[in-house]
Design a protein around this ligand. Structure first.
Ligand code: GLU
Length: 489
């Protein structure tokens, strides 16, 4: 297997979206699979679209997902700099060479002129695009206008005849007629390159073997191929990755659960679960769904990507996250839960939380949560001074619908029974409560619902008897007595 040199080349336009980061996942896996290098390059040539802080968020997203890079803006490397705005002389040299060879030319057309051209083309229902007005300016004239400081861009002199074929690893040959490509801009008037020029220059200089990028770039690929050829560069292998569709088709958005990586981190997803999920959204191996990071590195190959756009399946992500949570060593999970609770609980909860206590509740909650953030709603009552008492209406249902006094008496009975429990352990607590149900003739289900509401403040909670044990006698009895007196009052 030849070690690949592959890159993730985000533009600093904010947090990377799900499709973009999935391409990074696949690219990283391929680097690791082949024992090659994964590098990060910041594509900041469109300064008008730059969002401050993007690079930090992008790198933090990669770091959290466990996608480590061998070369990049922050760590440098033998092919640096890894920020395009620091590489301008290289693009300018390439453009100068193309002019020299007759493959490019300065264009002095103003934006008003170009707008008028477009309006005319649209009115005449012709394809829009530059028609080559400045291509015919004699080279010497063009050079003296440039030297005189006249504003200009550099355009590629696209061949008018013939066709260009790009090979895409997933699609095979993609051919376009050259006459459908206009003389596109390669260097802007501010001296910055367009993506069309920066991509061949950088991916060649950085010895990139595989260009993995979203398939919105596929239509531009023939332009890039022409530039590679004109510059005498060997072309890389292209892998244009399909988009991710929303459930039911259409464009994926926040509404479908698609978030930024750091938002998933914030909500308590596990990096391995998200990595697994992103990888299998558009790639597969047999019927398996759960793949460890190591197994993905072993199995993953760019050639196996599916060309059919995958659908974003939030339920699958949640399910996978639950799987990873349950498979985690208990101590590790307890630590994550403790940090999560420390983040979420009201200000008056004592911090740091007692790790031994959190470890004790971990087995009670681990089957009942899908994301770490679920723990708070389920287990917050363990950490408050006074468990909040639900409303009368919550208690007075079914058997106790019109019987507040009966409910209060039943709850008081439980409090008294608990005061007599010894040792204070789950089996003794359970048998005391079951015994009480039997002796008073209240159905177990009805009684336990009252108790659960009183001692956890919730209708759905971790297992009841274990919870009572961990709460301790004082807190449990206090919560029961307060509930009873509320019902009487
Ligand atoms: N900066 C481009 C983007 O973010 C990169 C495309 C590529 O990977 O070449 O879409």
């Amino acid at each position: 297997m030849t070690p690949a040199r592959v890159r993730y080349a985000p533009s600093p336009t904010g947090d990377p979206h799900v499709g973009n980061i999935r391409t990074a996942v696949w690219t990283w896996l391929y680097a690791r699979h082949t024992g090659g290098k994964f590098l990060v390059r910041l594509e900041d040539t469109d300064q008008s679209r730059a969002v401050p802080g993007s690079l930090e968020r992008i790198l933090a997203s990669l770091r959290w997902l466990g996608l480590d890079w061998d070369e990049g803006p922050d760590i440098g490397g033998p092919y640096g700099p890894y920020v395009q705005s620091e590489r301008l002389p290289m693009y300018q040299a390439a453009a100068a060479r193309l002019i020299e060879q007759g493959n490019a030319y300065p264009c002095f057309c103003s934006s008003e002129e170009l707008d008028a051209l477009r309006t005319r083309q649209q009115a005449e229902k012709r394809p829009t695009g530059y028609e080559g007005k400045c291509r015919t300016i004699p080279a010497a004239t063009a050079r003296s206008r440039v030297n005189a400081g006249e504003p200009h861009v550099i355009r590629f002199a696209t061949p008018r005849d013939g066709s260009t074929t790009v090979v895409d690893l997933l699609r095979g040959d993609v051919t376009v007629e050259n006459r459908t490509l206009d003389d596109f801009v390669i260097l802007k008037s501010d001296g910055f390159p367009t993506y069309h020029l920066a991509h061949p220059v950088d991916d060649t200089a950085m010895e990139i073997t595989h260009v993995t990028r979203g398939d919105e770039w596929l239509p531009s690929a023939p332009r890039h191929a022409l530039l590679f050829d004109a510059l005498g560069y060997p072309r890389p292998t292209y892998v244009h990755t399909p988009i991710i569709l929303a459930p039911g088709g259409g464009k994926l958005s926040k509404r479908h659960g698609a978030k930024f990586v750091l938002e998933y981190a914030e909500e308590g997803y596990l990096p391995d679960a998200l990595l697994n999920f992103l990888c299998i959204t558009g790639w597969g191996h047999g019927d398996d769904t759960v793949f460890t990071r190591e197994r993905l590195i072993e199995l993953f190959d760019l050639a196996d990507l599916s060309l059919n756009p995958a659908t974003f399946d939030m339920d699958k992500l949640n399910w996978l996250n639950g799987v990873y949570l349950r498979e985690m060593p208990e101590r590790d999970l307890a630590e994550l839960l403790a940090r999560r609770l420390e983040h979420d609980l009201p200000a008056d909860a004592v911090r740091p939380l007692d790790r031994a206590f959190v470890e004790a509740i971990t087995p009670l909650v681990r089957e009942r949560i899908q994301v770490l953030g679920d723990v708070t709603a389920l287990a917050d009552f363990f950490f408050v001074d006074q468990i909040p008492t639900p409303t009368r209406e919550e208690f007075l249902q079914k058997r106790f619908k019109d019987d507040a006094a009966g409910a209060a008496a039943a709850i008081e009975g439980v409090a008294t029974a608990l005061e007599a429990v010894s040792p204070w352990e789950t089996p003794a607590i359970e048998s005391a409560l079951r015994g009480l149900a039997e002796s008073t003739g209240v159905k177990v289900g009805d009684l336990f619902t009252l108790v659960r509401l009183a001692v956890t403040g919730k209708r759905v909670s971790p297992p009841l008897f274990e919870s009572i044990e961990l709460l301790g006698e004082t807190k449990a009895v206090d919560a029961l007595r307060r509930a009873a007196s509320m019902l009487r009052g």
